[in-house]
Design a protein. Structure first.
Length: 71
């Protein structure tokens, strides 16, 4: 019996946010990036720790460096 493997994969994107720490709200906002399959996934990882404002997305392999959190 032949097992079929899915050949389609969802591309990862680099999601960018302007972030403020939930622990230190007096700290200045900073740029934060994370590689994820969706904005919802990126937010679910970061939201417990940061207040987020979405600034953009681009393919993960083309992303420029910024303060980064990778899943």
């Amino acid at each position: 019996m032949v097992m079929n493997k899915p050949t389609q994969t969802r591309p990862k994107y680099q999601y960018r946010f302007l972030a403020v720490s939930r622990e230190d709200r007096s700290a200045p906002p900073f740029r934060l990036c994370i590689d994820a399959d969706s904005e919802q996934e990126a937010r679910s990882i970061l939201a417990p720790y940061f207040i987020l404002s979405f600034t953009g997305q681009q393919p993960a392999d083309e992303g420029e460096m910024c303060k980064s959190v990778n899943s």
